[in-house]
Design a protein around this ligand. Structure first.
Ligand code: ARG
Length: 590
């Protein structure tokens, strides 16, 4: 691990630990010094309370003993004992400024590569071929994208895997229907419009047509079933038709990804079909290892404590009675591939929380098979559902699924309105560019600022607003910083921190927050919760707003001005970097 810049919180922890080592018996000195940020001081340590219990002394007396060596640390300005025995620790301004100067001088803002040596395989987005991509896939796509960016920044080798649903008996039926109706137009090029997803929309409704015939016409049903057999047997004409459907869908997905500005490319696709020729050997291996059992002709894995209706163990069906394989077999093959061939040290699946049982059984089976070992972490990074603005399941007025492209159009329209309101003189081209950046930023920030396991309402009016905890507010704060730096001209580029200056309270608050950036990112890497970063950036923006309102920058005396300009710049870079890690653009004007 490269040690870039240690955070002040780490320094304070080390100082309290040293004070403990100097005053306590060795068996007590090693415990967590319990250092936190506090409203009453820069930092607070509550360690005297548990220590007092074990020493059978009064907490305030223990705190007093620790206070003495701490107050002799040169970069600590003051230490006070408060309440039942809390240590309130305030740092010298010089220490804050010195730390900021180190971050300011480093292209990574002092953030160490704590994930170096990790190989993280991230499975996310995973829409289904010939089906409309809907809001459910939006969550996985955006959360996965943010995690990929953060882990990559922290030095992990990240392998993106888009496990698209591109295989299954439904394709036999669709292909049969398309073959019998050559007059139908569904290729994007034939639809005469470049609209994202047009081929998928067409295929989605044709699939529903095909389904109707399948249910109503026994002769068609039989032809469709023969088509399934032909597809599985690798019949050239059928496989070609399938390939075309997959390719059209993939192009449509890529258009949406490009519009969202997420990192997924065609190279990241390893869909269900990718594992076809590995499935039999997976079942064979599980059979040899005695992990699967035969049940009503099918090969299944059972766990005693995973039970369903009537208290019966739920089967994970690995191979069906007719010899076919399903979703579970594919995921088993994928986990074996990702551990053994991709050499993952961490496996992340950003998938709807409703699939939690599937992943629980998948991971346990993979452990039994020896594919997952103790040094590999596998996590189902669960996400909740997106509801409509009324808090109820998200449906169109006619009851259909809401298309992702339509939602983005809504957000775009709304962004145009609020931007025009703020700035009525914008040229069309600028308005368009800003509305794009603001609407995508708004949708992403709304997603990523919500705890991922929670459900939330997709409320465009709330998301696209200049006030409140929104992406637009954060982007706007960044533009305000850019604007002050423009006005400062050349002196902005030369601005440096002046460690000899005294800081105002608002400056201290902002400084302490800026120093937390790396620990927030490590928190995201550990908990896989991007909302920690989203919330942090909002605190930074608010602290900047407070600073800006109480501390003049351009009108201050030369030394203070240079220092404050440096603070503006460091805030701007931290916001831009942080937003970038959420996949959100930080514009200079809007
Ligand atoms: N295609 C699936 C769906 O739309 C999600 C796949 C998630 N990834 C996985 N490895 N199972 O529900």
């Amino acid at each position: 691990m490269t040690e870039r810049v240690r955070s002040l919180a780490d320094e304070v922890e080390a100082a309290v630990s040293a004070a403990m080592a100097g005053t306590l018996p060795p068996e007590l000195a090693g415990q967590d010094p319990l250092v936190r940020r506090s409203d009453h001081a820069d930092f607070q340590s509550n360690v005297a309370l548990p220590l007092a219990k074990r020493l059978r002394e009064k907490p305030r007396e223990v705190a007093e003993k620790l206070r003495e060596p701490l107050s002799r640390v040169e970069w600590i300005r003051s230490v006070e004992v408060s309440g039942p025995g809390f240590l309130n620790i305030n740092l010298a301004d010089e220490a804050l400024l010195g730390r900021l100067a180190l971050r300011y001088g480093d292209a990574r803002l002092g953030v160490p590569e704590t994930q170096g040596g990790q190989v993280a395989v991230v499975d996310y987005s995973a829409p289904n071929v010939a089906k409309e991509m809907h809001v459910g896939h939006l969550r996985s796509t955006l959360i996965g994208d943010a995690l990929v960016r953060v882990l990559d920044f922290l030095g992990a080798r990240v392998i993106r895997q888009n496990h698209i649903g591109d295989w299954g008996t439904q394709f036999g039926m669709l292909i049969q229907y398309l073959t019998e109706h050559p007059e139908l137009r569904w290729h994007a090029r034939d639809l005469g419009q470049a609209e994202a997803g047009s081929a998928v929309s067409a295929l989605d409704s044709l699939y529903r047509e095909a389904r109707k015939h399948f249910d109503a016409d026994p002769a068609f049903k039989e032809r469709a079933q023969r088509r399934v057999v032909a597809l599985q047997a690798g019949d050239a004409e059928t496989v070609n038709a399938w390939r075309e459907i997959v390719a059209e869908s993939e192009n449509a997905f890529q258009q949406i990804y490009a519009r969202l500005g997420v990192l997924l490319t065609l190279d990241d696709v390893a869909g269900e079909s990718f594992y076809n020729d590995r499935l039999q050997s997976v079942v064979d291996e599980l059979r040899e290892k005695g992990i699967v059992q035969e049940s009503e002709g099918a090969w299944c894995v059972f766990f005693d404590d995973i039970r369903g209706p009537e208290d019966k163990p739920v089967p994970m069906i690995v191979q069906k009675a007719d010899g076919g394989f399903g979703y579970a077999a594919t995921d088993l093959a994928a986990i074996r591939y990702r551990t053994q061939e991709l050499k993952a040290t961490r496996l992340l699946y950003v998938v709807d929380a409703r699939q939690s049982q599937h992943f629980a059984m998948l991971f346990r089976t993979a452990r039994l098979a020896g594919w997952l070992t103790d040094d590999i972490q596998a996590v189902h990074v669960q996400n909740g559902t997106i509801n409509g603005p009324d808090g109820r399941p998200f449906k169109t007025r006619s009851g259909g699924t809401v298309r992702l492209a339509d939602l983005l159009d809504d957000a775009y329209g709304r962004a145009q309105e609020v931007v025009t309101e703020k700035n009525p003189d914008l040229h069309d081209a600028d308005l368009d560019r800003i509305a794009q950046v603001a609407s995508i930023g708004a949708v992403k920030y709304a997603e990523l600022s919500t705890s991922r396991v929670k459900d939330y309402s997709f409320d465009v009016a709330r998301m696209v607003s200049f006030s409140g905890q929104t992406g637009v507010y954060l982007q706007y704060t960044h533009t305000r910083i850019a604007s002050i730096l423009r006005r400062a001209g050349d002196s902005a580029a030369q601005a440096r921190f002046r460690p000899a200056l005294a800081l105002e309270p608002a400056e201290r608050q902002l400084a302490l927050l800026l120093d937390e950036f790396s620990s927030v990112l490590n928190g995201v890497a550990d908990t896989l919760e991007p909302h920690r970063l989203a919330g942090y950036l909002y605190s930074v923006a608010k602290a900047y707003t407070d600073f800006y309102e109480s501390c003049p920058v351009l009108k201050a005396d030369a030394e203070t001005r240079a220092n404050r300009l440096a603070l503006c710049r460091l805030t701007g870079t931290t916001l831009a970097r942080g937003l970038g890690l959420l996949g959100i653009t930080a514009p200079d004007r809007m």
